[in-house]
Design a protein around this ligand. Structure first.
Ligand SMILES: Cc1ncc(COP(=O)(O)O)c(C=O)c1O
Length: 472
């Protein structure tokens, strides 16, 4: 088990909170005090406090410092205690800011939001189809649709999936408000607070948020550059621990862009069967392949219903179209109940819009040019990173999806690097966002969702040329 420098103080604070030595709501030592007492760098102290905030023991009150959380995530709230003013989770807010398209991103060379930019969204097509839907359906769009979604839409989705070997019945699907809701429902259907799950590592922050919201404990399983996933490690973990679910993105994983091989997909199914563990597969990037044909899903190899698959149209059409789907396999009944409690039905207008796009083949026609454009952007960004950054930096070539995973030298002052990026108005997503540990401190994600302007290339050239200035 890897240990981090900050554990010197986080383990003590965690113990003091659990045993009640420090009271809820009380102020914790400042980062400077911790730095001096334990001879740590400010960034290690910051990471340690971020870790305690993520675990729910500590709250950060902007400009006031760190406090013991009033309601630590796994304890019963005590209403008699004096309440602090409502606070914001600084780490959550930071991550949201880093991974969203901010309004100021127009002034930035933004390599951090993994979804279609305005220029890649087929706006004319979407607006035209929406107008047709409104004309044809009128007031019926203002009613409730079934909680599991329009049957016609579910049929269209299953018909499309069958073309890449993913056999499903319309009756097995639940239409969701985007992919993240599908993940939430899938996980909540098969786990309860305190359960242990395995998750791919690195892992996108939004998925980690769902996991932490459900109060699950996590073992991170490394992604494998060659075949997509360290199944041997997963097998040993499942032999020794009560794992309740495994969460993976087999096709063009975010942030690495890696495609899991069919052999590994089959191995995952065999581990699921041997241990009766549900595999929750996120297929949100499956349609965004750069070479060959549409890859298979893990579901293609499943006979037992232990595989739960979800996806959405956020990455292929537009993130504002809040429409995804979940096939919860043998856990349908629980999943359907959960979907109902999270929102009576997904907006009918989006459901009808997707029916129109799928029945006229417009979606697949759009995807053909969309994939080509994404691949072009991927090559341009990868070439620039490899050309301008020093040789001891590594950038992984994605097989599809939206992002390039970069590794920088271990003697780089990452805080100074990001500060300089910000000053040059360049936005990357820091590696720490992709794990509950500090494992990816020296990594970052560069997203190629936008066309590469000559100005962006110049910024990368400047950044790459300055990396040596940030070495310790
Ligand atoms: C891997 C992954 N899953 C899920 C999501 C969220 O998808 P949606 O907007 O459909 O909820 C994202 C994008 O943020 C993602 O990268």
């Amino acid at each position: 088990m890897q240990t981090y420098k900050y554990e010197i103080f986080t383990s003590i604070i965690e113990e003091q909170i659990k045993s009640g030595v420090v009271k809820k709501g009380s102020r914790l030592p400042s980062t400077r005090e911790i730095k001096e007492k334990y001879h740590l760098s400010i960034s290690s102290v910051q990471s340690g406090y971020d870790y305690l905030v993520m675990k729910g023991w500590v709250e950060n009150v902007p400009r006031s410092g760190y406090f013991v959380a009033i309601n630590p995530k796994d304890s019963v709230p005590e209403h008699s205690l004096k309440q602090l003013p409502a606070t914001k989770d600084s780490l959550f807010n930071k991550n949201i800011e880093l991974t969203s398209t901010k309004s100021k991103s127009f002034e930035y060379n933004s390599f951090n939001a993994a979804s279609p930019t305005d220029i890649l969204i087929p706006q004319k097509l979407i607006l035209r189809k929406m107008q047709e839907v409104i004309r044809e359906k009128g007031a019926s769009l203002l009613r409730y649709y079934p909680p599991n979604g329009s049957f016609i839409l579910r049929e269209k989705i299953t018909y499309r999936a069958a073309q890449y070997g993913c056999r499903m019945n319309a009756e097995e699907l639940i239409i969701t408000d985007g992919a993240l809701q599908g993940l939430y429902i899938a996980l909540a259907s098969v786990t309860k607070a305190g359960d242990l799950i395995a998750v791919e590592s690195p892992c996108i922050f939004s998925v980690l948020e769902v996991i932490s919201n459900l109060k699950l404990k996590v073992i991170e399983i490394p992604i494998h550059y060659k075949n997509g996933f360290d199944v041997n490690y997963l097998r040993s973990i499942c032999d020794e621990n009560p794992i309740r679910a495994v969460v993976v993105t087999p096709n063009f994983h975010n942030p690495t862009g890696i495609l899991m091989t069919d052999d590994i997909k089959k191995e995952l199914v065999s581990i699921a069967e041997a241990h009766q563990i549900p595999i929750i597969e996120n297929d949100i990037y499956g349609d965004l392949y750069f070479d060959g044909t549409r890859p298979s899903c893990i579901r293609n190899f499943d006979q037992t219903g232990l595989v739960m698959t979800f996806s959405s149209f956020s990455k292929t059409l537009a993130p504002g179209i809040r429409l995804g789907w979940l096939n919860p396999g043998q856990f349908y009944a629980e999943a359907e109940r959960l979907k109902f409690s999270l929102g009576r039905s997904v907006a009918p207008i989006y459901q009808e819009l997707m029916i129109k796009l799928l029945e006229s083949n417009s979606y697949d026609r759009h995807l053909r040019s969309f994939r080509k454009q994404l691949e072009k952007q991927a090559i341009e960004l990868l070439d620039a990173l490899r050309k301008y950054f020093p040789e001891n930096c590594y950038f992984h070539r994605p097989q599809g999806g939206y992002s390039i995973w970069g590794e920088l030298p271990q003697n780089l002052n990452m805080e100074a690097f990001y500060e300089y990026c910000e000053s040059q108005r360049v936005l990357f997503t820091p590696g720490n966002t992709f794990s509950l540990t500090n494992e990816y401190h020296y990594y970052f994600r560069a997203v190629f969702a936008d066309r590469m302007a000559s100005e962006s290339i110049l910024s990368l050239e400047d950044l790459g040329g300055r990396v040596h200035e940030f070495l310790y």
